[in-house]
Structure formats: structure tokens, C-alpha cells
Design a protein around this ligand. Structure first.
Ligand code: GH3
Ligand code: MG
Ligand code: MG
Ligand code: MG
Length: 311
């Protein structure tokens, strides 16, 4: 089995190593009243590289969860001194959805009904003691994978496939809330690549894609503190809360110059482009309204000769 020619084994090993590496990023909180049992559970998890946290009371569990944002799984028994396991699960479900925090209830053999009660309270899964080690790990992994799959779905639904930026739908979801809840100043910049069709027509669609990806990376770096998105085609938008229009102007003007000086190598050619921008701070609580204002200003920037900012 260990011979070099056995590719399956090497594949298996490398998958295992990748998994163990991933586990390092996942925090698991073990809430158990009995110190001896708690330490046993913790030791099992540490064997698989998980970052573990321990709580001996419900109060303790609450604090650990508030403090450590990497906790994605809670394993709890029904022997906490200050709350029943079900009460703790009930309480956690008010704060965290099943996708945010997985909960596995651990019950004793002589309290079989507890399994059902845990699930009814909102636990994702349960286990009865004594359990087979393999079953314990299967349940833990299954729940972790559930969380990871949901996260991957969210990422895919919220981002643009080509550039990795937020997509239009998520941009509205994220910014409309902010706009409605706060009375702070905010700016919106709408940017559009100039004569982008020429790049496609001259160098091909892949070259166009390369330019889009390069600009997107530049946006991610330059506007890291704000909310940038790809609105469609060769149009990008940045929502800038808590900033005056003068500050926004400087920031965007810097960005425009960065784009102007770009030289993107592609298939033996050096690609370059410019952008036009419409910027507004006319904040009336609606992102949609701000965007149409920014769009009108962007149109003016195009009319005035492109490669410029109008606000
Ligand atoms: P203007 O300066 O007026 O903005 O001219 P423009 O050529 O940039 O604008 P136009 O709207 O005429 O063309 C935009 C082009 O962007 C047309 C479309 O084929 C191309 N495009 C949209 N999405 C993508 C994409 O994902 N990849 C590539 N390569 N091209 C895209
Ligand atoms: Mg156009
Ligand atoms: Mg364009
Ligand atoms: Mg356009």
C-alpha cells in the first residue's frame, strides 16, 4: 500500500492534508459541565487539527462565542450547571442561524429522548454517548462541510464570476440597508471603461476579460475600505460611506490616474485603457436614486471627452 506507484494512496494523503490544513481555521466550542468528559471531547477534536474552545457553563459559552468569531460549531451536552443544553441551543438560535453556527447536542445513553429535544430546539445534529469515534468524526465533518457548502453558495451568489467583485444584486443588498439606516454622508462613484469595445474588437474577448480583471484587482486594492462592485459589462461602482465629496474626489482622481498609467501585457501586446467617472454625494436615503444621478454625471464625463471625473 505504501509503494510509490500507489497513486490512489498519495491522492488520499494529499486530500487529507488539505483537509487538516482547512480544519486549522475552524473553531469548535465544547460546552460540557463535566471537566473529565469535556477534556476528552477536546482531545478528540485537537487530534484533527481543529482550534478548540472550552466552556463549563452556559454563561461561559455565551462569552466565548461573542469573543471568538472563528467558532463555527458548538458541541453541547445537557449537564451545564446554569442552563439546560436545550435552553442554550434555544438561546443561540435567536442569535445565530443554522448556517452561521452548527450545533451538535451530546446526550447520554439513559436520556435518549434528549436527542429529539436537541433537534427541536434547533440543533443541527445529535450524538448519544458512548459513541464510536468514527461516528463522532463523521458527524463533526458532515456539519463542517454543510457550513462550508453554504458559504460557497453565498460567495457564488454574491460575487461576479470573472472579477470576484461583489455583483450588482449584492451591492444593492449591502448598500441599501446602510443608506436607509444612517443619516451620514455617503458618495457613490460610477465608473465605465472608455472605448472598451475597441479592446475586444482589436485584441479579442480574452484580452477584454484580462483588462476587466486587472481593473477589478486595482479597485479591490484601492477601495478596500469601501464597497466596490461590478455592476455589469465594463461598469464598476463604489459606495463610499462617511466621506466628503472632496475626499472622494481625491481618492477617485488617484484611481483614474492609476488606470491611465496601466500597461497590461497580453499575448505579446501591451493593453491600456482609461475610465470615465460620475461621482455624487446627493444622499437622499436611496442608493438607486444616487446611482441614476451618478449615471447622468458619467454621461457628462463621456460627452466632455472621457478619461475624467465629473461630480
Ligand atoms: P464608451 O466609452 O462609450 O463606454 O464605449 P464602450 O466601447 O466602452 O462602450 P460600449 O457600451 O459600446 O461597449 C461595451 C462593451 O463591453 C460591449 C461588450 O461586448 C463588452 N463586454 C461586456 N461584458 C464583457 C465581458 O465580461 N468581457 C468582455 N471581454 N467584454 C465585455
Ligand atoms: Mg457604453
Ligand atoms: Mg464603456
Ligand atoms: Mg458601459
Amino acid at each position: 500500500y505504501f509503494t510509490k506507484g500507489n497513486n490512489q494512496f498519495y491522492e488520499y494523503l494529499s486530500r487529507l492534508l488539505v483537509r487538516l490544513q482547512k480544519n486549522k481555521q475552524i473553531g469548535i466550542l465544547v460546552a460540557e459541565g463535566s471537566r473529565q468528559q469535556r477534556n476528552k471531547t477536546l482531545a478528540l477534536l485537537q487530534r484533527h487539527n481543529f482550534v478548540t474552545y472550552a466552556a463549563s457553563t452556559a454563561e461561559d459559552a455565551r462569552n466565548q462565542l461573542a469573543q471568538h468569531k472563528d467558532i463555527r460549531l458548538l458541541i453541547t451536552t445537557n449537564d451545564l450547571p446554569d442552563a439546560s443544553g436545550m435552553e442554550l441551543v434555544d438561546e443561540m438560535r435567536v442569535r445565530y442561524s443554522k448556517e452561521e453556527l452548527c450545533i451538535i447536542g451530546l446526550s447520554d445513553r439513559d436520556h435518549r429522548k434528549q436527542s429529539a429535544n436537541f433537534i427541536k430546539s434547533g440543533a443541527n445534529d445529535y450524538l448519544t454517548r458512548p459513541f464510536y469515534l468514527e461516528e463522532f468524526f463523521c458527524r463533526v465533518m458532515q456539519n463542517i462541510e454543510y457550513i462550508e457548502n453554504i458559504e460557497a453558495l453565498h460567495r457564488a451568489a454574491n460575487s461576479d464570476y470573472l472579477t470576484g467583485l461583489f455583483n450588482r444584486r449584492y451591492f444593492f443588498q449591502k448598500t441599501e440597508n446602510h443608506a436607509q439606516q444612517s443619516n451620514e454622508p455617503a458618495c457613490i462613484a460610477l465608473m465605465d471603461i472608455d472605448y472598451f469595445k475597441n479592446i475586444n474588437d482589436t485584441y479579442g474577448h480574452d484580452a477584454g476579460d484580462m483588462v476587466l480583471k486587472t481593473i477589478a484587482n486595482l479597485i479591490i486594492g484601492h477601495f478596500a475600505a469601501y464597497i466596490p462592485a461590478r455592476m455589469g459589462g465594463e461598469e464598476f461602482c463604489v459606495y463610499l460611506p462617511q466621506i466628503t465629496i472632496e475626499q472622494a474626489k481625491d481618492l477617485i482622481e488617484q484611481f483614474r490616474m492609476q488606470v491611465e498609467s496601466l500597461s497590461i501585457p497580453f499575448a505579446g501586446n501591451q493593453l491600456s485603457c482609461t475610465i470615465s467617472i460620475g461621482l455624487t454625494d446627493q444622499f437622499n436615503g436611496s442608493v438607486t436614486d444616487m446611482l441614476s444621478r451618478a449615471d447622468a454625471l458619467l454621461y457628462q464625463a463621456k460627452e466632455a471627452g472621457r478619461n475624467q471625473l465629473v461630480c
